[in-house]
Design a protein around this ligand. Sequence first.
Ligand SMILES: [Zn+2]
Ligand SMILES: [Zn+2]
Length: 330
Amino acid sequence: MRAIVLDKPGSFRVAQVPDPVPGPGQIVVRVDACGICGTDLHIMDGEFPPTPYPITPGHEFAGTVAAVAGDVRMDLPVGARVAVDPSLYCGYCRRCRSGRDNLCENWAAIGDTVDGAFAEYVAVPAANAHRLPDGFDGQLAAMIEPLACAVHGLRRLGPIFGDSVVLTGAGTMGLLLLQLLVHAGAGPVTVVDRVDGRLAVARKLGAAQTASGLGDLDGERFEVAVDATGVPSVVDGVAALLDRGGRLLIFGVTPAEATMSLSPFRVYNDEITVTGSMAILRSFAPAVELIGSGVIDPRPLLSEPLPLEEFGEALHRVRTGQGIKWHIRP
Ligand SMILES: [Zn+2]
Ligand SMILES: [Zn+2]
């Protein structure tokens, strides 16, 4: 089969590699679509420490069951449509055993630590597959994984009924978070991004107000702030807009060594809550329902998928901020 192979950080090729065969408990999925996300850029640049090289990346994917190991007991016949949760939690460590599997001490994930879905086929544990109705669009199904991350984020934040929200970053994650916030009963949501086209999509998806910079919001106060940029100065800036009793969700991935300047006095005196959200925790099935039912509609975010051979071009478009969400259709 054809697959993207990263031999080392910074260099990839479209390679001919052996077709995967299902190991014990595994199925092989013929990949319909696989999304490119920020983590893939970090893996490409050698900035994602858990990743070994060579690797085939790709963790936001869906497809069709092509082969099934003899010991698989689930109802996953060849030809079934599936989306795959890429999480590979060990089930053994203290975090897994306390229900916080996403903080697993032996964390691994398809496309991040083992070969993923920028390939025609990928072998995955059958237990990670979520069966979809026949005819489910592959590119929409590949949006279930990022939505599952957003669902976990909103669970971490807790109830937001009627709360005024400021959301920084109107990329894929910001716009999925926006839709969830609106459906979850948030008060007016203000979305901040530098790109006008993205703000237009945000307004279409329910943003009450948009701004091209935090400076435009001077003097305003919000009960909830959500950062989906991962830019430390933006996290700082949006935290400064919190009202007393406010809550901050740090969703975007900042550089590991970055710090923020939130005043401990404010956290004490104004009872500010700071919450993080890391990947997926039992949030994949709700994301299947939300996209399957059409309640969350990712289509305004999507560009026409590109073939494997244009992986480099797709990365370029992601890096230069063209479009919002790009997929590879191997
Ligand atoms: Zn991702
Ligand atoms: Zn674990």
